[in-house]
Design a protein. Structure first.
Length: 459
């Protein structure tokens, strides 16, 4: 800790808030088909990257636009480089907001908006932390490179491109996890499965795999009175909200309301897809639809640990988590997407075999499998010990490193961990409605990142 650095950060609180609000206003959600030459993730995300780099220039730093995939804000000198890995893209806003998701509204000392906590807030905190160190005249022994990615939430192609076109930092941390530090991340699997048959059901829910869907909508070829009776019985013993309305030509529309959450913690949400399947399984559907719904419901139920696939395992990296993220069901059948955070003791081959065998029991086949290998760095690694010391000295706590299910940039670079920002002073609001960061938390994060830079890159 350094009192002069802390004082500088406190004195520039208003500028930090204004810059964060400016970045939040950009809806940096990746959507296929929006790509343009030099703007690989669409014009809005590119404009946000340009705005962030201009903020870096305003603070007096050298910047680099890496062909629209990412950007760098750089300072310091020395043979080695400390990387600070943040991202400017966000997940879709989802439902249930009480505030403008892109408004940056301040209420009771909290800044609301998508990206405030994940990960535009940390990006701003890192910029101002580096500026505070520079302004107070501390000497660098290593270079510092704040890398701003633009595709972290949708495949991390930004960082892969960066690695191929720019020097890789010698060691890095990403302010996109939990305090005190995360040095182990489970592997991540995204699997889509299809069942093709002639169906009378329409069902859609979820827009991204890495969030628990909070709402599901269906249309079934049944009279409203029949559906309403089943829905009322379902609602009596269910935490889900249910609405039934008349459709066209004798059909009935159903809406099931759950609660969103991050896919790495599905137990903290209420999955509307799973709730909808439970309700549909109670309806007198035609034989093919009845079999399809009931078999799928029996396989996944309200499961959040892949118990139906015999994959509920726990090791030092944590317990398996299972999120039903997206479903699309029409007259040709359904496609369903699972997001799984996989203990390191389970291999890709073991997972693939279990998923394939499980889905075969319902007549479905895997149509896509994406795997991201997790990582683990020993607790006694000097780099890890230095960051733990930084956290403990700032807070007066004595916390050990954490193992998480989230997938951050840290898994894609050597000698990398995630360092904050949730887990201390800050509730987990990433990927859910009314995402926010407290102004006090923003300042705390800035000071903590400054402490980390001083420990790893200053004399």
């Amino acid at each position: 800790m350094n009192k002069q650095v802390d004082k500088w950060i406190e004195e520039h609180q208003d500028e930090m808030i204004a810059d964060l609000q400016a970045l939040v206003k950009y809806r940096t959600v990746y959507e296929e088909g929006t790509e343009e030459p030099g703007k690989p993730f669409g014009p809005v995300t590119y404009d946000c990257l340009q705005a962030a780099l201009k903020m870096g220039e305003k603070l007096g730093f050298e910047t680099d636009n890496v062909d629209g995939y990412a950007g760098s804000i750089m300072a310091g000198e020395g043979e080695q480089t400390l990387g600070i890995l943040a991202h400017l893209d966000v997940v879709p806003e989802s439902t249930g907001w009480d505030h403008d998701p892109y408004g940056g509204e301040i209420i009771d000392g909290n800044i609301f908006g998508r990206g405030t906590i994940d990960d535009k807030g940390p990006a701003i905190a890192a910029m101002y932390a580096l500026k505070a160190i520079k302004e107070t005249g501390l000497k660098f022994k290593n270079k510092v490179n704040i890398i701003l990615g633009c595709n972290e939430e949708s495949g991390m192609l930004c960082l892969e491109y960066y690695k191929k076109n720019r020097p890789i930092p010698d060691f890095s941390f990403s302010p996109d996890g939990e305090y005190p530090l995360t040095n182990s991340e489970k592997s991540c699997s995204v699997t889509s499965c299809k069942k093709e048959y002639a169906s009378g059901i329409k069902l859609s829910a979820g827009t991204v795999h890495n969030a628990v869907p909070g709402e599901a909508s269906a249309e079934v070829p049944l009279a409203m009175g029949v559906v309403r009776a089943a829905a009322e019985m379902f609602a009596e013993d269910s935490p889900f909200g249910v609405a039934v309305t008349a459709g066209e030509e004798g059909t009935t529309k159903i809406k099931v309301i759950g609660e969103t959450a991050h896919a790495s913690m599905p137990e903290t949400g209420l999955n509307a897809i799973q709730g909808m399947l439970e309700l549909l399984a109670a309806l007198p559907l035609a034989d093919a639809d009845a079999e399809a719904v009931k078999s799928l419901h029996e396989l996944i139920g309200m499961d959040v640990h892949a118990e139906g696939f015999d994959l509920d395992k726990t090791d030092v990296s944590g317990r398996m988590t299972f999120n039903v993220g997206i479903i699309n069901w029409d007259e040709k059948g359904y496609e369903i997407t699972f997001d799984m955070r996989v203990p390191l003791s389970i291999s890709e081959e073991e997972l693939t075999k279990a998923l394939s065998e499980g889905m075969e029991t319902v007549g479905a086949k895997a149509s896509m499998l994406d795997w991201s290998q997790g990582y683990s760095i020993p607790d006694d690694e000097p780099f890890v010990k230095s960051l733990i010391k930084v956290f403990n000295e700032r807070t007066g706590e004595d916390w050990a490193p954490k193992h998480i299910g989230g997938g951050t940039y840290a898994r894609h670079l050597p000698n990398a961990v995630s360092f904050g920002i949730e887990g201390y002073m800050c509730p987990a609001s990433a990927h859910v409605a009314n995402e926010y960061i407290g102004i006090d938390q923003l300042i705390f994060n800035c000071k903590m990142i400054a402490d980390a830079i001083m420990a790893l890159a200053c004399e």
